[in-house]
Design a protein around this ligand. Sequence first.
Ligand code: URA
Ligand code: SF4
Length: 207
Amino acid sequence: AYTAEPFVPGGAGLDALREAAAGCRGCPLHRAASQTVFGAGAPDARVVLVGEQPGDQEDRQGKPFVGPAGRVLTRALDEAGVDPDETYITNAVKHFKFTVVPERGKRRIHKPPSLREMTACRPWLAAEVHVIDPEVIVALGATAGKALLGPSFRVTKQRGMLLPCPALDGHEVLATIHPSAVLRADDREAVYEGLVSDLRVVAEVLR
Ligand code: URA
Ligand code: SF4
């Protein structure tokens, strides 16, 4: 089976983990992507936010959530009252998965990671969470929710509540929509307000 496990150094801090993740070959996604996009933020963060996988911009720059979805997320966190200095942001899968669409100027279009790839990459997320030991973890979107809470997770039914996560030492997870869903929605304002309202639950936990 695909797994990052043999690449994850035991007892390592975040810097050593990031360095080791740069050489991960635990699943085939490292082949087409430019680089590993490891998490970023405060090593003593009280909240760890988990996206799906890096996008095109993140793959180029090597940092999570630096593209359009990241701008929505930053604004929503601010509006909800979550201090960015208390956050660490990462992804369930650390390499960009995409297809190239020749008729669209060779644009690289994001493809959802498979369950096998999410499972393969989970040792990195588990190590990040273990080192940081946050008070709450936020799953951004259905894919991150399934990666943390299992394949039967439904974001529409289970968003906005604190759920224990057996896969991550029982840490509490709050799931919400992915910030990119705001960008795709017809009723952007309503969808954005839903994201902010879920993140207010996180702000309450941190109060
Ligand atoms: N979407 C994600 O899920 N993660 C990123 O880092 C960027 C966009
Ligand atoms: Fe390793 Fe994850 Fe990249 Fe796969 S996606 S090669 S498991 S870091």
